[in-house]
Design a protein around this ligand. Structure first.
Ligand code: FEO
Length: 399
């Protein structure tokens, strides 16, 4: 892979094709990259590190770029261990390296890695000279941890953005968006942004989704900077699609969505599933975009991706213990935890002797400020089109 991003910026990150589940929750069908960069001037700065387990490859990447030169600074934009795990290894290899980070990260570095010396807490807007160029630091709290900051290199108008603008998906061939392809993606798109957008949405919705307000604050702060290149910690380096990814983050963090329906369902004996599929068929016949997810068999991250994609949410759950069937309850708990707003909502599901799930789902959706399409459709025992008129629901959704 071409490591040279620009004369001064070199890519030294790694691709992970073996981790199956990210953060213990999110599958990685296309792998993931942990991006780290060197800024090479009279002095050298290393921006973030990578996940534990890649020590040999990572140190080799660094040495291939700078040989035996020393690294002066390690910039820690974000302390989540997929980027901070090798801080102690870097300190061991480069004992004089000075760690530059936010004040909130300092106790985290001590707590995770036992390091306390030669760490400097940078201030908002402070710059550090590397010789002919300098790095400037801006705090971006709660995007998506409290200690997060971003680093700006005036030379090349490059933003080292941490997780912001990142995506799932390994990037093996070329790291720049003019060359990058999603690993394993069969139908190569002309646009890397189009190719990575779904995995960017899944990354955002599952990991950053709750923090729309603080993402908005960060975007507002960064709007004063001229940005021509974004080097995030996951996925491609954005050069051709800077405006696209910034606009997309703006939209996601406002919880704005395109017209369409995200149908999610959980079913014990197939009756709620039949209702979900009937709704999907009615939407398809009307040309309404939709996605359908079975919460009992799929990882929920794909449902959250489409929750952020579409403006209407339909949730199907049978009544269980006079409550919402747990897989659907857990999904709705995650919807509320992500502070999702501006959605239309429809609940449905079967019961045998007393219905509760539709009423309770509607209550959760109402507390979230969602607009209920109707009172929902609970139906006794087996599904039938007579008991559960999805044509009428699809007509409302198609309006
Ligand atoms: Fe990629 Fe929040 O760590």
């Amino acid at each position: 892979m071409e490591k040279r991003i620009s004369e001064k910026v070199r890519y030294v990150g790694v691709n992970d094709h073996t981790k199956v589940i990210f953060e213990g929750m999110w599958p990685l069908p296309f792998g993931v990259s942990y991006n780290s960069y060197l800024v090479v001037d009279e002095k050298i700065a290393l921006i973030d590190t990578v996940e534990a387990g890649f020590e040999k490859e990572y140190l080799g990447n660094i040495r291939n770029e700078i040989g035996d030169r020393k690294i002066d600074y390690l910039v820690v934009n974000h302390m989540e261990p997929d980027h901070s795990s090798l801080i102690a290894v870097i300190r061991e290899q480069y004992p004089d390296i000075r760690i530059l980070t936010s004040a909130k990260a300092v106790p985290m570095i001590k707590g995770y890695y036992g390091l306390t010396d030669n760490i400097y807490a940078v201030k908002e807007g402070e710059s550090i000279s590397l010789g002919r160029s300098s790095l400037t630091f801006y705090m971006a709290p709660m995007v998506h941890w409290p200690e997060t900051m971003v680093t700006y290199l005036e030379d090349g108008k490059t933003l080292f953005s941490g997780d912001a603008f990142g995506t799932f998906g390994a990037v093996d061939g070329g790291i720049k968006d003019s060359q990058a392809h999603l690993c394993g993606w069969m139908d190569k798109s002309d646009s890397s942004f189009a190719e990575f957008r779904d995995e960017m949405t899944r990354y955002y919705s599952n990991i950053v989704g709750k923090y729309g307000q603080t993402v908005q604050a960060a975007l507002k702060k960064l709007s004063g900077l001229q940005i021509e290149r974004i080097c995030s910690t996951h996925g491609p380096v954005w050069e051709n699609h800077v405006a696209d990814v910034v606009a997309y983050y703006d939209r996601l963090s406002r919880y704005e969505a395109e017209k369409g329906v995200c149908i999610v369902y959980a079913s014990m004996y197939g009756n709620t599933a039949k209702a979900a599929k009937a709704l999907a068929a009615e939407l398809a016949s009307r040309g309404v975009k939709y996605a359908i997810h079975n919460l009992c068999t799929e990882n929920v991250s794909f449902a959250y991706r489409d929750l952020f994609k579409y403006d209407t949410l339909a949730v199907g759950a049978p009544t269980y213990n006079n409550d919402i069937f747990p897989p659907a309850y857990n999904f709705m708990y995650g919807v509320c935890a992500r502070l999702v707003k501006n959605r239309k909502f429809f609940a449905f599901g079967s019961y045998t002797w007393a219905g509760a799930s539709v009423k309770l789902l509607n209550e959760m959706a109402s507390r979230q400020g969602f607009e209920l399409i109707n009172e929902g459709m609970g139906f006794p025992q087996a599904y039938s089109a007579q008991k559960c008129d999805m044509a009428a629901v699809a007509d409302r959704m198609a309006e």
